[in-house]
Ligand binder design. Sequence first.
Ligand code: ZN
Length: 473
Amino acid sequence: MKKILLGVGLLILLFVYGCQQTTSEGNIAKTEVQFIGDQKVLVESKIVEDDFYTYSLHYPEIEAEEWNKEITEWVEGRLHRFLHEVSSLRTKDVHWQFELHIDFEMFHLSERFISMKMRESKFLGGANTEQRTVTFNFDRIEKRFLELSDVFQKRSNYLQTLSELSYEKLMDIPEMQELVWDEHFQSGIDPFEENFAAFTIDENKLHLFFQHYQVGPRSVGAPSIEIEVEEISSLLNNKYASLFLNEKQHDENEQIENEPMVTLDVTEPHPDKKQVALTFDDGPHPTYTSQVLDILSQYEARATFFVLGNRIEFHPELLIRMMQEGHEIGNHSWSHPKFTNLTEQEILSQLNKTTAEIEKVVGQQEIIVRPPYGDTNEFVQQLIPYPIITWTVDTEDWKSRDRDQIIQAVKEQVFDGAIILMHDIYPSTVAALDEAIDWLIEENYELVTVSELLVRNNDEALEAGSVYSSYKK
Ligand code: ZN
């Protein structure tokens, strides 16, 4: 993605060319339309000069109301403070211009997420310009600003890792090398949230910005470091990990590239934990599937989605999200017929069309199949060229449509190695999920995909045409 940086260079250009709207002599207020990818940005520029001070403000407006409010308030707050400081200082005999400059740098802008850095430079006299860096990371779907702790798995020791990586990378900066024993440096990268509060995300990096004096004396300025996604991938929260990857824009008319998605966060098996595989059939559903994904992501839980081929083309983004967040996608036929009523050709067509559709969206992968209704017989089994997955715990969520009954079914029937059947097309299933997962984790269960459950301990690979309903020890 293209980055835009408005700094001194543009400031000069604005003076020369940008006077479309002049508020009073020498002052400029201007809105410029820019596109970053397919996202429209209105860049607001305000430049004011009077006898005592100069200020220039550059900040973006995006089609995201909460975002605009926060950014505008921050900019206005900084300006207000500056004008107040100027008014208390201007009574003195000063021979310089007070200055305030605010500009921004966009690191990520998509329909889902915005990551931006803003920099303030202020001169109120004396030898130095005060600098401050703030960052704004915004989830456009949930309409909220993210802290660093949102981006990482809650139980991971990400602060320690960031502290160590900061040490390593800051030592690559020549001016920093003599500061190894400096106490600023030591405390400025201690593993505390506030030391890493200024961060941005782009396609494959986490950027950390240190403030003036945070990691050393003025001479080292306000350094920043870049951390590659590979260095922290096992610590990232699945939900936001996908932001580090090249997001593809899915235009209705756009051909989706047939390349495998990268799956982050491959968890190591825990020999001391019990395992269970949650499975969700009949989606993707525009509302409930994404809610299921949100809940799974809060718990770093993985699951398997047996999707219907005829729904994929309407919601390819949901399959992409499943893959990016480490879930497994299985084939649940094209249109949900009973396989035992079909001919050989009809069965193969139901399966192959769906597999082709899955591959088109997320790339080739090992496919597992769940026949609709789990309905199968010997004839069907010998036809299906993939492992066949049924279940051991039926929550009957399609029948009860009752949150408490679904939770109860899980609690009563689950065991180490079980496959649990649910459907990501009912609000009652979504409503039950939070408590059910919370309980499973309390009971020392690890939530894994079907393939992970079945091939744990490096058992032999799954066989085409065999039926699996749980992990057999
Ligand atoms: Zn089904």
